[in-house]
Design a protein around this ligand. Structure first.
Ligand SMILES: NC(=O)c1ccc[n+]([C@@H]2O[C@H](COP(=O)([O-])OP(=O)(O)OC[C@H]3O[C@@H](n4cnc5c(N)ncnc54)[C@H](OP(=O)(O)O)[C@@H]3O)[C@@H](O)[C@H]2O)c1
Length: 269
């Protein structure tokens, strides 16, 4: 299989390593092409500027995992919506398969309810609204959307660092957070590439949405650090929802890190 990974960063590089190991031909696109994983053909280009995109033909698959450098609507639209259009337009031949990495930010639920692929998507944030536009573009191209929750894993140790420093806080009430380990992000993408008839959309989270308080307390106990404190901030940016991975599991994917406990334990080991 010939695969182009646009946005060959934290998740994209892990996927690239796996696909190279499985003997696929992999191209990685990003603005800084140096330092790509071994075996990946590096392409330097900026998805926001079509003049910089000189892409090879004959791709079977496009995985789009670009993230915006800034948190504002202009940057989000450029990276997700225009960028996807530019990459699809720059490919000399249309790929048979398109996989777009989206986010659970498309959900606006704030009542702790369970959400899945059929749930309402009424985000209060611009990020969710822009992602929904990019998802619609993906579906129009016959592609598949993967909505990832908060990604953690090797080198993404912010939560651990905050707990260790005694600076971790949680909002009042049991506000749920959802997450997925980097290796499962890449594992799920690789799995979706093997499905003959993937659904249009999958939610990519682990098995256990958990209150932030619970995750921080567990980490503090493991690290022998001070217990986390409740903060006056009323809400976290991610709303309050419990994302379900039932469709992903039913498609045959087995999580390597089913909950934050296995995932963080591996990082702390
Ligand atoms: N982080 C999370 O918790 C989270 C949660 C849900 C969903 N997601 C989504 O998951 C996906 C992967 O996340 P990640 O953590 O792997 O992101 P990442 O490490 O920031 O990687 C993004 C990649 O995109 C490249 N990139 C950024 N702007 C570009 C541009 N204009 N042109 C070409 N390449 C560009 C970056 O490289 P250069 O800077 O060298 O160009 C980088 O390699 C993203 O779509 C993200 O929005 C993330």
């Amino acid at each position: 299989m010939r695969v182009l990974i646009a946005g060959c960063g934290y998740v994209g590089s892990e996927l690239a390593r796996r696909l190279v190991t499985a003997d696929h031909d992999v191209w990685g696109l990003r603005r800084t092409a140096s330092g790509m994983p071994e075996g990946v053909r590096a392409l330097a280009g900026d998805v926001t500027d079509p003049a910089t995109l000189d892409l090879p033909g004959g791709m079977d698959t496009l995985v789009y995992a670009v993230s915006p450098g800034r948190r504002d609507e202009t940057a989000y639209r450029a990276a997700y919506v225009d960028g996807l259009d530019h990459v699809l337009g720059a490919l000399p031949t249309p790929p048979a398969r398109v996989l777009f990495v989206s986010s659970t930010a498309v959900y606006g639920q704030e009542d702790g309810s369970v959400v899945d692929e059929d749930s309402a998507t009424e985000p209060s944030s611009f990020s969710g609204r822009v992602l929904l536009e990019a998802e619609a573009r993906t579906h129009a191209a016959g592609g598949t959307v993967l909505r990832l929750a908060g990604i953690y894993g090797p080198d993404r140790t912010r939560l651990i660092d905050e707990v260790r420093a005694g600076e971790a806080t949680y909002p009042p009430g049991d506000v749920h957070t959802n997450r997925i380990h980097r290796d499962d992000c890449a594992g799920v993408l690789e799995h979706l590439l093997t499905l003959d008839a993937p659904a249009p959309t999958y939610v990519g989270v682990d098995d256990e949405p958990a209150p932030r308080r619970e995750v921080l307390t567990w980490l503090a106990e493991r690290l022998d650090a001070p217990p986390p404190r409740e903060s006056p901030e009323p809400r976290s940016r991610g709303g309050d929802k419990r994302c379900s991975n039932a469709r992903l599991r039913a498609s045959g994917y087995e999580l390597r890190f089913p909950t934050y406990r296995e995932g963080y334990a591996a990082m702390l080991a």
